[in-house]
Design a binder for this molecule. Sequence first.
Ligand SMILES: [Ca+2]
Ligand SMILES: [Ca+2]
Ligand SMILES: [Ca+2]
Ligand SMILES: [Ca+2]
Length: 309
Amino acid sequence: MKKILSVLIAIACFTSCDDGDIIVTSFDFEEQTLDRCSDFDTQFIFFKINPDNNESIAIAFTTSNDIFGAGDGTLETREISLALSGNDAITYRRFDDAVTSDYFCNPIPPATPIVIEEFISTSGDITVFTGGTYADNDGISSEIEDPTGILDTDSDGLPNIIDFDDDGDNVPTGQEGVVLNSDGTINTELTRDTDGDGTFDYLDDDDDGDGILTINEDPNMDLDPSNDNSDPNNEALDDYLNPAITTLVNIEAYRVHNYFLNDIIVTINTQNLDFRNENGEEVIRDIRTVIFGNYTVASDAEFTTTPEF
Ligand SMILES: [Ca+2]
Ligand SMILES: [Ca+2]
Ligand SMILES: [Ca+2]
Ligand SMILES: [Ca+2]
């Protein structure tokens, strides 16, 4: 419905307009879910449908940014500010019958339902935020791994919460014998500490305590110490967990890392909107910052990087 507001919205008058003439009209789609069209390259179309009143509000905007998550993988919420003009606009429509997503996502809108009222933005600003939860999916939740989010045990530039190899020994944390309690905390009895020095393997850069860093117990030099078994008397045991093997190779590179942005939500805010109706007569101005909607992205984003050694 078109919601009656108090005095936040003023009208600019085109023709005869008495002093104090204020139209207090805006669009109320707070309860409706934000949906989107999927098959567009750089112009994004989001829309809300209110079936109770056969009305909709849609926003189209153009950006080359991937607003759904890939980005550059930095930890901050990403923010893109855009000015609406031309084909980038917000459109309110009321129809004579029920409307579906086909109406917005078809390059040629269907002939029906028929539009009986329409307001199109003539100017306005929008801000698109992309946020979510960064994680390395290494088996330890970020809150347990480091509630501060800034700890970087191996100083490779990737905080532990997104570092799938926390100690930088080229053995992923997920392979270093971490055992969790039912509440997700680390079980200090069962989590592996091969050399018994009080530092769990996943945070220990010399797991077997033989003086040779795990990263250098990699004779085939494939950046994976977990496939090197040199001990003829114990072929099942990797060299980096076997203090009897102290062969050293010089490895000066980290393996490829990946991490994820999960539970991605795109939030669109609008500000300074001017609308004109189908006759160009009625103008609605809304200077407030309003949340147009929140869109939950179905898939997670994955980032791949190789930290500098
Ligand atoms: Ca790190
Ligand atoms: Ca490791
Ligand atoms: Ca240890
Ligand atoms: Ca070692």
